[in-house]
Design a protein around this ligand. Structure first.
Ligand code: ATP
Ligand code: MG
Length: 448
């Protein structure tokens, strides 16, 4: 993309309404614009990152064997009356009446709708196990929407639902989700720690929240510092293996890590003092096993091997897709702006032309742009007439992890500059070598 043709409405001033750094940078980098309290338009740059995050979530869900689909945002109140949650959910639910006087609601979550789909189409244990998920906008009329996309009223969530014959199978689905979530967050450059949590209005026995440690997090968390040393990495895992998934769950949940809702001072005191940590965290996901809480009242049953009708064991599993943008920025920024991890960056690399209009500099930039594009990479080329300082400031603000700087002086010696946004370190290289390096970083094969 050439910046002169893009829509990147960066702000010079720091917006006064934004209290935390991720919100400030998302506004300043032209990623979002508030439409109403807690409701945002996703401008091109923000939309690109949102899509990248969504793609990682899709890939990891499908790797774990979960099946994508799409349910509507508007739901019928009658379904929620069946589960008993229409009255329980309270003021966070946006209730709507259509022209025929029918009660509807903008879905805050989808347990009822998915259970209805299940009971309409599945009747035998032979169709299990089954996990369906979608990535869809939710609405929760939060009392205090704040911090930009972190606590919105309209927000994008991945929510998945498992249906299993037995509790044991459903707990495997729970463990499988835990594993797939660890992979998902790590691919986004995040460490999200599974912590024992409280089940809240969804209800259930087993639940973990995934928290990204950050001073601006809304949850108070208590943990054994050893847990921060764990990494899932690129290990191979058989998602069908109960043992393998359970082993990962045990590895990642055996050390103390809880949110304030389930925190227990007496148990925490058993952690050696030098490893005890109290901090704040951002909830970026949650997994639940809730048994037959919905399947029983809503009649979601299957016929088992002995011919008996039994309610299925279920769980639901959410990832805060739009909140993740805020969480990633909280975890990865400096005083100049955002620092995108390679896994989610909106453009793979920036190209800064120090002297737009200089024949050689323009030609070199065009050639680098063409080579990177041919490799399947997306560079953002600042081909505007802005002075160099302004171009650098914009690149730093929008946080592309790599920048190639091209100017007439360097070109005389056959070099351009390759700069890492994270370390700030620069290196002089031939244009071909710089392209080669970018290709390597993103796992593309350069034929240069
Ligand atoms: P919270 O405690 O932050 O209100 P929750 O526990 O009610 O969240 P869940 O029902 O677990 O939320 O939803 C799954 C995920 O969706 C959460 O882990 C979070 O990342 C995200 N999420 C929930 N509410 C919001 C919101 N208002 N804005 C943005 N993301 C949200
Ligand atoms: Mg939650």
């Amino acid at each position: 993309m050439r910046l002169s043709r893009y829509f990147l409405p960066v702000l010079k001033e720091t917006p006064s309404e934004a209290q935390i750094v991720s919100h400030r940078y998302m506004l300043r980098a032209g990623m979002i614009k508030q439409a109403q309290a807690g409701i945002y338009s996703w401008l091109p740059l923000g939309y690109k990152v949102l899509r990248n995050i969504e793609n990682i979530v899709h890939e990891e869900q499908q790797r774990a064997g979960h099946i994508p689909m799409l349910m509507p945002t508007l739901q019928s109140a009658d379904l929620w009356r069946e589960s008993g949650r229409y009255d329980d959910y309270g003021q966070e639910m946006l209730r709507i009446t259509d022209r025929h006087g029918r009660d509807m609601l903008y879905g805050p979550t989808n347990e009822e709708l998915i259970t209805d789909i299940f009971r309409s189409h599945v009747g035998s244990y032979k169709d299990l196990p089954l996990t369906l998920y979608h990535i869809q906008w939710k609405f929760r009329d939060e009392v205090r929407p704040r911090f930009g996309v972190m606590r919105g009223r309209e927000f994008l969530m991945k929510d998945g639902y498992n249906f299993d014959l037995t509790k044991e199978d459903a707990l495997h689905a729970y463990n499988r989700h835990l594993v797939s979530y660890l992979r998902t967050y790590e691919r986004m450059g995040l460490q999200a720690i599974p912590m024992r949590a409280d089940s809240g209005p969804i209800g259930g026995e087993d639940t973990h929240e995934f928290l990204v440690l950050a001073e601006t997090g809304e949850s108070e968390v208590f943990y054994d510092s050893q847990i921060t040393e764990l990494k899932f990495g690129d290990r191979e895992i058989d998602y069908d293996s109960h043992e393998e998934c359970r082993a990962v769950l045990e590895e990642f949940t055996s050390r103390y890590a809880r949110t304030d809702e389930t925190h227990d001072e007496a148990v925490f005191a058993q952690v050696p003092e030098e490893r005890r940590r109290t901090a704040r965290g951002i909830e970026v996901g949650q997994i639940f096993y809730f048994g037959t809480k919905y399947s029983e009242p809503m009649g979601a049953t299957v016929v088992d091997k002995d011919g008996n009708r039994v309610p299925v064991h279920m769980g639901s599993h959410g990832i805060g897709v739009s909140r993740l943008l805020g969480a990633i920025i909280e975890a990865s920024h400096d005083e100049k702006g955002i620092i995108w991890p390679e896994g989610v960056t909106p453009f793979h690399c920036g190209i800064v032309n120090l002297k737009q209009g200089d024949t050689e500099a323009d030609a070199a930039c065009d050639a680098i742009y063409a080579s990177l594009t041919a490799l399947g990479l997306e560079p953002l080329y600042d081909d505007t007439n802005e002075r160099a300082g302004g171009k650098f400031a914009t690149m730093d603000l929008i946080g592309l992890p790599w920048r190639i700087t091209v100017g007439p002086r360097g070109l005389k010696n056959g070099v351009v500059e390759l700069t890492s946004r994270r370390t700030g370190e620069s290196e002089e290289l031939s244009p071909e070598a710089a392209i080669e390096r970018i290709a390597q970083i993103y796992g593309k094969v350069s034929k240069g």
